[in-house]
Design a protein around this ligand. Structure first.
Ligand SMILES: *Cc1c(COP(=O)(O)O)cnc(C)c1O
Length: 228
């Protein structure tokens, strides 16, 4: 899988460049390789090239891959919409959930997380552009949900995730990322310490990194087009 190895090398360079441009350390920007609908052999190739973090958005598909690659020390991130009847499977297999947007879901993850696995890392998904078509909690409700989630056992609130509307220009792309960062800063002032901003994808990672992204989620640029 020369393709995946080379793609990863290129993307890591681009992320480091964007970090430098933003006056940030490249070590503070982590690549989450979004492996949804990608075959196992490509994930193995990425893992062989040193990639540790993988993102999946369908529970069963993710668990199949996690199970098959169990002997490797990989971290699995659930990034899709999470229905409350699927929380147990996620709590028992994944390391991170980026898409918490309801207290009910968080409570179930907390109750269902096996103690032996350690805390489940969670981010709250913010519907930063307040689009009807997107999941996520409206910005005005983030503080209340975040403090409730932070109080739950076996969950570790790491930060905020956003999936903004598509904006064409760099300056427009920055706006929702800046607002997400400001939200996190205001939570920090209220005493909720978090270390993660999960934001930026293939087409807008530069703007996200400039506004403080610590995890960028990139799929097709790593693995090529997804199976349909
Ligand atoms: C699919 C997906 C990505 C990655 O998208 P690409 O266009 O393949 O880079 C990032 N974040 C989320 C939440 C996704 O569902």
């Amino acid at each position: 899988m020369i393709g995946v190895t080379e793609n990863l090398r290129k993307i890591r360079d681009l992320l480091a460049e964007a970090a430098a441009e933003a006056g940030r350390s490249p070590a503070d920007v982590h690549l989450l390789a979004v492996s949804k609908k990608q075959p196992l052999e490509k994930i193995v190739a990425a893992a062989d090239a040193g990639q540790c973090d993988f993102g999946e958005n369908i529970v069963q598909e993710g668990i199949d891959k996690i199970t098959k690659l169990a002997e490797r020390a990989l971290r699995w991130h659930f990034i899709g919409h999470l229905q409350s009847n699927k929380t147990r499977a996620v709590a028992e297999h994944f390391d991170w959930v980026h898409s918490v947007d309801k207290l009910k879901t968080a409570r179930r993850l907390s109750e269902q997380r096996p103690e032996s696995l350690g805390d489940l890392n969670v981010c709250i998904q913010v519907n930063i552009d307040e689009e009807d078509s997107k999941s996520g909690v409206p910005p005005a409700d983030v503080a209340e949900l975040a403090s409730a989630v932070a109080a739950l056992p076996r969950l570790r609130l790491r930060g905020l995730m956003c999936l903004p509307a598509i904006h064409d220009t760099f300056e427009e792309q920055r706006v929702p990322f800046a607002r997400t960062r400001e939200l996190a800063e205001s939570l920090a002032r209220d005493g909720l310490a978090m270390d993660t901003l999960s934001m930026g994808m293939s087409d807008d990672y530069r703007a996200a990194i400039l506004e403080g992204a610590t995890i960028v989620r990139i799929g097709t640029a790593v693995f090529g087009p997804r199976a349909t």
